[in-house]
Design a protein around this ligand. Sequence first.
Ligand SMILES: [Zn+2]
Length: 484
Amino acid sequence: MMQKLCVIILWVLLMPLSLGAQTLRERMAAHVSFLASDSLQGRGLGTRGKTLARDYVVNAFVDAGLMPFHGQWLQPFGFKVSLVQVSGHNVMGYLPGTDSTLCHEWVVVGAHYDHLGLEVDSDDGTYFPGADDNASGVAMLIETARHLSMNRHRLKRGVIFVAFDAEEIGLRGSSYFVAHPPVPLSSVKVMFSCDMVGMYAKNKGVHLKGIEALAQGDPLAGALAQSHSLTVLNRGFRYEKHTDTDPFGRKGIPAVHLFTGTVSPYHQPGDQAHLLDYDGMVLLNEYFRELVLQLSEASVLTPSDAFVAWQASSTRPKNFSWGLMLTAGEGHHVYDNRYYRANSVPVGSVGGYVQMNLSSHVQLQSELLYDFSGSDHPGGVFRRHSVTVPMSVKLTTGVSSFDSPQLFVLGGPWGRYHFGGDDARFSNVSSMAQYEWGLSYGVGLSVWRLQAGWVCRRAISPLFYWDGDAVRDVSNRVFLGWQF
Ligand SMILES: [Zn+2]
């Protein structure tokens, strides 16, 4: 009873903010100023401020006339943040499609409502209001829901409205939604994430990154932009990986980031409600809600060929790859008793490599290199030409791509065959080895077609004996690989 009373009181307190304001501009400003207000303290993880924001969205969805899934507005989920169990809640509602066939398909409109909360180590209660990030997106979500609800007779496909939680801590809410969707994921034809949409004028336009992932998306968005006198900047078919579009895009769903740039005081206490461009938000909302309406009406919505091809190439790592390998660094000999000391000389190698992906974290790499090695020896500078074949296991943080660099460590044996060099003056030494073997170990970074890092090659077999001491080759090199 007490809880119910609290909800009613809250509802009475919050409603005037959205109902009292009459124009679209006033309603948008009211949403933002409430969500970015002092009392919500930046809507941080596990705070009362975020719960208030959540309840505000629920009330706005009820007010807009949306329907809940199975009577529930909230989709609760849990996750761990450095061993602490945290709970989150997505807020979901929908408008059904009216077409007997297309009503089984869906358009998803999302915006995250969480933000960063209090500044860590702040003793004066400094918080991040997150007006642009992402009170602006929630305002866009609510007003789109409200308008589409009033025009629900036009909707052929259904539209799901969802305010995602825990975006700032790693897209937790949207990832949970995709893992536990209220409708089959295959029926979701396009998804929008409204994330930071309050700076249209300053950004000189809006980004619709990912719109070309939908075959019908770009022509429609372009024509509408013209009739609304709206400037669309970034389009393309690649989805944005740093907002809630990512979990959807990974599942092959065309996912579009509605975004007016990081021109606000991004992730700073200065991201305040009074800085937002409410005229721009009105222009954008009038455009966006019509875009969603027309997408719901389109006779067919399919992913574009470019998106499908990119998706296929980025999700299926090549099992085999090969390319060029260069190394450069220093080499020197080491002696068993350390009586002699050798100085470094420049060494280098050039050749090719083949790499096999055993899994997304384990790779085998084999190289075939012409190697120029040596050492500054007490008996003179020692130089040799050889063929070196390193075989390495690479443990990597993942399969790298253009915008996803990965770290790796490598280790394994190598063998070397000497075929020349100016070691004639060492002809007095006993048992000059023609073959050597040893171990390599190193670290590196791979991104796109490149891999680069550091490797140490340490011989285990002696190269020769000098005054009865075994002499072994060591080199430290930087390497650079280019995949064909
Ligand atoms: Zn954001």
